[in-house]
Design a protein. Structure first.
Length: 275
């Protein structure tokens, strides 16, 4: 089982869109997958077509991790029924429901015991081949809790100065975290998201990212999707959205998922250029 945190230091780079795009690709490929919505905004939960109902959300499971029963409290994504025409009958996409309650743990001062809360919850499950954790856009307690439970970390960045610099800082923070708390944690890579191929700034920053991060910069780059908000608002997987643009985006996420799961390197990033 691979546990991959989807992280970013800067908000607004499309971290949740990447998480749901990868979840859509996993569902289409028939990979049993759990999405843990650790962001207190719970946008992934909404996009995945889930209503919490009577089950415990992830924040309340974190409160009593040894008593939490993950199997009883995950929700089946609303995408699963839509996907049955094209995926295996055994395809699984479940969601550990997000809520604002998890925000009580998004503090910079969590101790080692608190950082293991999520790991305690997911440690016993054997149902999934892949767990995707949608982290909040910060390096506070929830992201560090996710890293403690993960085997890999994928960073999402736009090709802009502040996002690239933030990614470099996040890489450094992850290296320090590995040394102190999680020696087996590895970078899964960096996803360049919302790329505008006609933008000279994006072309420059992509070249900068290639220079800084080398093989850590995953292929393919994900272009800006004009109707992405509409797709998420409809709680629909990209693989089942009509139109050539969505079809092309789905193919990119298929390849991104394949490369993300196959990647792994410890190459150190270099300082970003200012220009």
């Amino acid at each position: 089982m691979q546990v991959v945190s989807i992280s970013s230091l800067k908000g607004g780079v499309g971290k949740t869109s990447v998480t749901t795009g990868l979840a859509s690709a996993a569902l289409a490929a028939g990979i049993p997958t759990l999405v843990v919505d650790l962001d207190p905004h719970a946008d992934a939960t909404t996009a995945l077509g889930v209503v919490s109902g009577e089950r415990l959300d992830i924040g309340r499971m974190l409160k009593r991790p040894r008593r939490a029963n993950l199997a009883e409290n995950v929700a089946v994504s609303g995408w699963a029924s839509r996907n049955r025409a094209t995926a295996s009958a055994e395809a699984i996409l479940d969601v550990a429901v997000g809520s604002a309650f998890s925000g009580i743990y998004d503090r910079p001062d969590l101790g080692r015991r608190d950082l293991r809360r999520l790991n305690t919850i997911i440690a016993e499950t054997q149902k999934y081949d892949l767990i995707l954790i949608d982290c909040p856009p910060s390096l506070n307690g929830l992201t560090r809790m996710a890293w403690s439970a993960s085997t890999r970390v994928a960073l999402v960045a736009e090709p802009g100065l502040f996002s690239v610099a933030g990614t470099e800082r996040t890489m450094r923070a992850m290296q320090l975290f590995r040394q102190e708390f999680a020696p087996n944690l590895a970078p899964a890579g960096i996803v360049a998201n919302r790329v505008r191929t006609g933008s000279s700034e994006h072309i420059f920053r992509l070249a900068e990212m290639e220079s800084m991060f080398g093989d850590l910069l995953l292929q393919p780059r994900i272009p800006e999707q004009a109707n992405w908000q509409q797709i998420q608002g409809a709680a629909h997987p990209i693989h089942q959205w009509p139109g050539e643009s969505a079809k092309n985006a789905a193919a990119l996420f298929d390849l991104l998922l394949k490369n993300l799961l196959a990647s792994g390197t410890s190459r150190q990033p270099r300082e970003p250029r200012r220009g």
